[in-house]
Design a protein around this ligand. Structure first.
Ligand SMILES: *Cc1c(COP(=O)(O)O)cnc(C)c1O
Length: 495
């Protein structure tokens, strides 16, 4: 069966997977969704004996039906290899009554690696399949994590170049060091004298600049984007939920058909949507528990049926969840409207005009599988400390939000269903906040001292991704004013 994609706003349909991956966002501003959902054709028992790469193939072949077996297997083999620091790819760790799915063993020790390590392969394969011969230029603005994961993913991938803009004075020392030491002859990292919004606006302007586009095409380049609305990032994320279920089944923690709850620390709604999609293809998902930090726009939405981004933006210790416009939620809205693009488009127009929308009672009834909670900074710290004191296991701040929300949910709902918590970053990426949570006080030491202490406390070796940047030479030193971004891109590409 071949699966085609359409826009959540109705402007495009009948799009192949490879075209959707190349295009990223639909022409009408909507997101690509599968027109129908495939079903897993293989038994859970068979899956339970498979390696991550084999499960990845069984899941992704259902969605990327215009890829040949050979193409897809090559993409998977190129992504989930020794870049990961464990042969298992995603270890599942049992602690304090839950199963932590460690999605942070890739090159940049955050869960973005799960998708960004394969996206470059999917993109170059898609270009080849569609007879596109331009060199793909990925332009990304980053507030820290996505930029590094995209750089690592596209580094030295033939047929691509990647240019990342970051706010020169707006990322952590570790995040900056991770980016400016990036290797790869096709990677470019540029600091801008401005904030993240300036970087984002500058990149969007370039995407919309017809003269630049024409000049690029004349030189054999085309722009693309690696951000999380691309279906090529969503599909690889479904895999690890299937893997988690198969693993729990294989180890006898679950019997076939028994439901599994999932808790996801959520920002842009991509990760939890992948869990929802895992349910759609046949994994017995019980509750999908959406965990927010103090930017609790999603919690309020699930409680009230009203999405309202008109509120203050809070800076927290789980920065990758500091988001008020949760782009991937649009896909869920479309599905709960009964795959109705008109209804969805009307709500999205309201969102653009007023910053809010309200769903109907009928749509709310479709959300019964979801539960939601949020954790304050203090509750997050307490969850990290409590888990550490009880079990010795150390989690990062994003995962801490999820652990806190889960604890309250399990107690209030009296729900004993086996539960997987998506563990989205290595604690070493947020050593200061994690050590402050464990010590329950501010830390005065510099970052690398805290990293060493965390290693001792957690009894975990410092990951290579962190060890490397201690001594790695700086390779990228370009800094420019916001207005100069396009000039820098032209200089890099020679257009
Ligand atoms: C991106 C990110 C999230 C949020 O994931 P979404 O798919 O945007 O909901 C959570 N934790 C970490 C560490 C992340 O990098």
């Amino acid at each position: 069966m071949s699966i085609l994609y359409r826009s959540t706003r109705g402007g495009q349909n009948g799009i192949s997977a490879s075209q959707a991956i190349l295009q990223g966002l639909a022409d009408d501003g909507g997101l690509f969704v599968p027109e129908t959902f495939p079903k897993l054709a293989i038994s859970m028992e068979q899956l339970s004996g498979m390696h991550y790469r084999e499960i990845a193939y069984e899941v992704m072949r259902l969605f990327l039906t215009d890829f040949t077996e050979e193409e897809l297997k090559a993409c998977i083999a190129g992504a989930y290899d020794s870049k990961f620091d464990t042969e298992e790819i995603v270890p599942l760790v049992q602690a304090d009554g839950a199963y932590y799915l460690e999605l942070f063993h890739g090159a940049t020790i955050a869960f973005k690696d799960m998708a960004l390590s394969i996206l470059p392969h999917l993109m170059t394969t898609s270009a080849r399949k569609n007879n596109r011969h331009e060199e793909i230029v990925i332009l990304t603005a980053t507030s820290g994590d996505t930029g590094k994961a995209a750089l690592a993913g596209f580094s030295d991938v033939p047929g691509t170049r990647i240019i990342v803009f970051y706010p020169k004075h707006g990322v952590s020392a570790v995040q900056e060091k991770q980016m400016v030491t990036q290797k790869g002859e096709n990677t470019y990292v540029v600091g801008i004298e401005g904030n993240f919004d300036d970087a984002q606006t500058g990149v969007k302007k370039m995407f919309g600049d017809a003269t630049l586009k024409a000049d690029m095409e004349a030189k054999g380049f085309c722009f693309s984007s690696a951000n999380s609305i691309n279906i090529g990032r969503l599909v690889p994320q479904i895999v690890y939920y299937v893997y988690a279920y198969a693993k729990l089944l294989g180890e006898g923690h679950l019997h076939d058909g028994e439901p599994m709850n999932v808790v996801v620390p959520t920002g842009n709604f991509g990760n939890i949507l992948a869990a929802y999609y895992a349910g759609k293809i046949g994994i017995p998902i019980g509750k999908l528990i959406c965990a927010s930090n103090e930017n609790k726009v999603l919690f309020d939405f699930f409680m009230s049926g009203c999405y309202d981004r008109n509120r203050e933006f809070v800076l927290t210790n789980s920065p990758s969840m500091d988001i008020l416009i949760s782009s991937n939620l649009e896909r869920l809205i479309y599905h709960i409207a009964g795959d109705d693009s008109e209804k969805n488009a009307a709500l999205m127009r309201q969102l653009a005009q007023t910053g809010r929308y309200e769903i109907t009672e009928e749509m709310r009834e479709q959300l019964s599988q979801f539960a939601a909670g949020y954790a304050t900074e203090q509750e997050t710290g307490e969850a990290i400390r409590r888990l550490y004191e009880k079990t010795g296991y150390v989690i990062d701040t994003h995962t801490g939000v999820a652990a806190s929300v889960y604890q309250r949910y399990a107690a209030e709902a009296k729900d004993n269903t086996k539960t997987v918590i998506a563990s989205t970053a290595s604690p070493f990426k947020f050593s200061r906040s994690v050590m402050e949570a464990i010590r329950a006080e501010k830390c005065a030491e510099e970052d690398f001292a805290l990293i060493d202490e965390l290693s001792a406390v957690a009894n975990v070796e410092v990951p290579a991704a962190i060890e490397e940047i201690r001594t790695a030479p700086i390779r990228h030193t370009t800094v420019c004013a916001t207005e100069e971004m396009q000039a820098v891109v032209r200089r890099i590409l020679g257009v």
